[in-house]
Design a binder for this molecule. Structure first.
Ligand code: NI
Length: 155
């Protein structure tokens, strides 16, 4: 395992669209293991493969020690709206900012062995999943900054 360097928003690579994973092999597992080591070292909540310089549709999240890997994910349903302050390991030079995200997200994906699963998440987990999912299409939270309606701001 190894800690990988995180691509910053100032590098155009972060804007590239990631490609579907075709082979679920040791190379993918090594990438995911390295992503975990990198995420833990940075004490982040989520990390996408593009952020470590690999254009594969894969991301990991760690919310309250719930550690999940998503390969080739598809968001199949969203509902509600929430405003939370987000940050990003690829935007370390910028302050946190509010983004509007669905309150509930249903996502289908594959695990590292190619087994499909589906998950419905809420609150912070929904924010994190939406944020990482955006990375796969080169979208950053700083593209979506908003001023929340009064009384809707959450930290
Ligand atoms: Ni991010």
């Amino acid at each position: 395992m190894a800690i990988r360097e995180i691509v910053q928003y100032t590098d155009n690579f972060i804007r590239k669209k990631s490609k579907p994973v075709k082979i679920f092999d040791e190379k993918l597992w090594e990438l995911l293991d390295d992503m975990w080591e990198t995420l833990d070292e940075k004490k982040g909540a989520g990390l996408s493969a593009v952020q470590v310089g690999v254009l594969k549709r894969a991301f990991i999240i760690n919310i309250n020690n719930m550690r999940i890997e998503f390969i080739n994910p598809t968001i199949t349903h969203t509902s509600g709206k929430q405003y939370k302050k987000e940050g990003c390991l690829s935007v370390v030079a910028q302050p946190f900012g509010y983004v509007a995200r669905p309150n509930k997200v249903t996502i289908s994906a594959y695990d590292r062995y190619g087994n499909p699963f589906s998950l419905t998440c809420e609150d912070w987990t929904a924010v994190c999943v939406s944020h990482e999912y955006d990375h796969l299409d080169g979208i950053l939270y700083i593209d979506k900054l908003v001023t929340p309606p009064k009384g809707m701001e959450e930290d």
